[in-house]
Structures are given as C-alpha cells and as structure tokens.
Design a protein around this ligand. Structure first.
Ligand code: PDD
Length: 283
C-alpha cells in the first residue's frame, strides 16, 4: 500500500516533481478540485463528486475534457495501483500551462492531476465530538465553486487549530455560513437547520446526502434557511459534514457548550445512517 500521484496519464510517486512552473493552478489557483473517499477499495458517492466537478469547471469556463467513464476509470486505477482500501482521492483540474498573464490563455488544454492517500481514522473524535470556533467569513463571494483558491479557508482553519479547535464555523453579515472545509448543521427542537444553497457555501456532497437521503429516511425535517450565531447558542445539537470529516459532532462553539456538551441523539442517528449507507455502497 502506498500513496500515489497521477500526472499526464501516468502513475507517479507523490514525491516526484511534476507541476510545471507555469501551470495556472500553481500561479493563480486557477482551477478546481474534488475529494472522494475510498472505503473498502471503492469510491463513495463518486457520481455526485464528478457532477460537481463539471459544474465547477463550467462556472470557471474551463473546458471539460474527460467523460464520466474516464473519471471513474482513473479513480479505479489509483485504487488498484496503490492497494489503498481506506483513503481519499484528490483530483485537480487547472486551466492549463501558459506564460503567466491574468487573462485566459488561448488554445491550452486543462491539466488534470490526481493523488491517493490513506485516510486517518476520525472514529474517536466522531464518538466524542469536537470543538468549533466561530470566526468571520473572509472568503470570496463564489464559495459555491470548489476552486483551488483556498486562502480564506486555510487561514480560518489555522485560527481554529491555534484555538485548539477542530473546525472554524464562519459568519458573514450576521449569518452562519459553513466550516472552512465542511458544511454546518444545527438542531433545535427536533428540526435540522443548515444554510441554503447559494454563492456563500459549497453544496457539499455529504450535505446533499443528509438532506436528500438520510434525514427523510429517519423522518427528520431539514430547514435550508439562514440563521444567526445567536440562534446557534440555543442549539440542542450541532455537527459539521464533509467527505473527510463525515458527520462530526460539534460539542462546543467558541467555548460555549452546544446543548449539554454531549453528542446528541439526532447526530448519532445520522452518523449511524451514514455508516450504513457507506457499508451498503462500498461493502
Ligand atoms: N471539504 N464546504 C467547504 C468549504 C468544503 O471545503 C467542503 C469539503 C465542504 C463539504 O463538502 P463535501 O461534503 O462534498 O465534502 C463544505 C473537503 C473536501 C473535506 O471533506 O475536508
């Protein structure tokens, strides 16, 4: 089992030098990415990730040059060549390689790179819950695009780490948006609340699975409606969702306990339903 890269159609070692100096991803963050979890040697929800990759490309006016089947084959190749059973596959597509100038270059072919790495288990944290930190959302206004430009997210995550927290939950204009690498949900009086789909959040694959599949199966109602940090203070439960963080309970936010500070029953039910779905799809 070893981590691998995939560049220009070839499998390479992750430590190899592979990015040309004038790749626009490298110089401008001009590209998109996706992250898909591998469980038991199989990709989870890959169709949703590919669909979102196409949307991100469209929004950035980067031509899509791979078919769904090609994306699936490349993911499968990385799994079989690496021997990784539990891991994460990162896929990046940049606008291409061209002499440095802000405007789009003409006649360049978008450049795809990929990598696979084993995943570290979050099972203990998922059991106990983690701390969150409320911070101002300082990102750009197209958070719906899964762009390689992640400076705001990186700075926010570091603030959380410096405060001993797992994730920063961001606030823009008095509204709770999302985490720096996750969506945010809160539960009040049995209802699930999360920010509506807009340019201010990423439409997370995990978020969509919760809203479209897990919550209805459990008889839970989801309100995709904006809410304030003051409302979050009254939450009974809260969690973040994401490909790598899965459904991670938040037991305190900026040192204030969420509910009684324990992982709540609805979060637990959603975690179990999510694990059952993974077992069904990837078992
Ligand atoms: N994060 N919001 C942001 C800003 C994200 O970066 C992510 C994903 C999400 C959740 O999206 P999804 O459920 O599709 O992973 C929301 C990376 C990939 C992560 O999982 O850590």
């Amino acid at each position: 089992m070893r981590s691998l890269g995939f560049v220009d159609g070839k499998i390479i070692d992750l430590s190899e030098n592979a990015v040309p100096l004038e790749d626009r991803g490298h110089q401008f963050g001009d590209g998109i990415y996706e992250v898909t979890r591998v469980y038991n040697g199989k990709c989870f929800a890959l169709d949703r990730h590919i669909e979102r990759a196409y949307r991100s490309l469209r929004e950035l006016k980067i031509p899509a040059v791979y078919t769904i089947e090609e994306f699936e084959e490349m993911h499968q190749l990385l799994i079989s060549e690496s021997g990784i059973q539990d891991g994460a596959i990162y896929l990046q597509i940049t606008r291409g390689v061209a002499p440095r100038a802000h405007g789009f270059p003409e006649n360049v072919v978008p450049r795809l790179t990929m990598s696979i790495r084993p995943s570290t288990s979050h099972s203990k944290l998922m059991e106990q819950g983690v701390k969150g930190l409320l911070i101002p959302d300082e990102r750009w206004l197209r958070c719906d695009i899964k762009s390689l430009n992640l400076l705001g997210n990186i700075l926010g995550k570091q603030r959380a780490k410096d405060a001993g927290c797992f994730e920063a939950v961001q606030i823009r204009d008095g509204i709770v948006t999302e985490g720096t690498s996750s969506n945010f949900f809160m539960i009040k009086d049995g209802l699930l609340w999360t920010h509506p789909v807009s340019n201010l959040i990423l439409k997370g694959v995990t978020r969509s699975i919760i809203i479209e599949e897990l919550a209805p199966a459990l008889g839970l109602t989801v309100l995709e409606k904006s809410f304030s940090p003051e409302f979050v203070q009254k939450a009974d439960e809260a969690f973040i969702s994401g490909t790598t963080s899965e459904i991670m309970p938040i037991i305190s936010l900026s040192s204030t306990l969420v509910g009684d500070g324990n992982v709540g029953p609805i979060t637990r039910k959603l975690q179990q339903a999510y694990q059952s779905m993974i077992a069904k799809q990837c078992g």
